[in-house]
Ligand binder design. Sequence first.
Ligand code: AMP
Length: 186
Amino acid sequence: MTSRLLFLGPPGAGKGTQAQQLAAARGLLHLSTGDLLRAEVAAGTALGLEAEAVMARGELVSDSLVLAIVRSRLEQQAAVGAGGWLLDGFPRNVAQADALKTLLDDLGQQIELVVLMELDDGVLLQRLLSRGRTDDNEAVIRHRLEVYREQTAPLIRYYREAGLLQAVEADGTVEEIAGRITALLD
Ligand code: AMP
């Protein structure tokens, strides 16, 4: 059974919704760096204070900060045995993808599948505008889409060349999209 996977795609493609459902259905750890960072901000931790302004601008927080979060979660998960996980919103650039590879090598684990959720910019913008998160005003959204194209989209090629990438069309109902994703899994 596919139990080590990651979701790639622009902000607003529905990664969080799909990741949450799939992880629950398969008993995987759902690791969303965006959710974890928002929790740090809400709790007012030092890490949250460092991340808050960067997130509000729609830019990426530092690789070292995100990696520290991911490393501790994946190490904990490896320690409990089953060790399945679904990464959502991480990696966000090639440096993070390289660091993830090193971390997984250390844990004796491998990514089994990368699901790319694809959607038009126009639809993304509408979805993000209707979501009402504090980093979801139009100027910030446009910037996040730009950051995605410049820093995250190169991962499409990165994982395609590694033979791990499968793309799904991310329009339609939540159930339709979930069906397309499930069809890719063992
Ligand atoms: P998300 O919920 O994935 O859209 O993430 C919300 C915000 O958190 C992003 O716009 C970034 O500022 C920050 N963030 C989330 N994941 C990462 C990551 N892997 N690397 C850097 N910044 C991230």
